[in-house]
Design a protein around this ligand. Sequence first.
Ligand SMILES: [Zn+2]
Length: 70
Amino acid sequence: MDPTLPDMDIEGWFCQKCNSPLTMVKVNVTYMGASFAVDLPSCANCHTTMIPDFLAFGKMLEVEKLLEDK
Ligand SMILES: [Zn+2]
């Protein structure tokens, strides 16, 4: 299973810590014991990764539900 995320337009997004432009990077996310790789906007300078609200409260829950149904 490959969770697909909505395309995120991160142009104009800047790191809240150091104000550097964000880039999309593949990161491993763990949620409720399940881990998978997703593309998230991340700061190349200080490595802060942004977790959008829709991912934390929408897609992540959806992914977990799919795993449970298996
Ligand atoms: Zn930063």
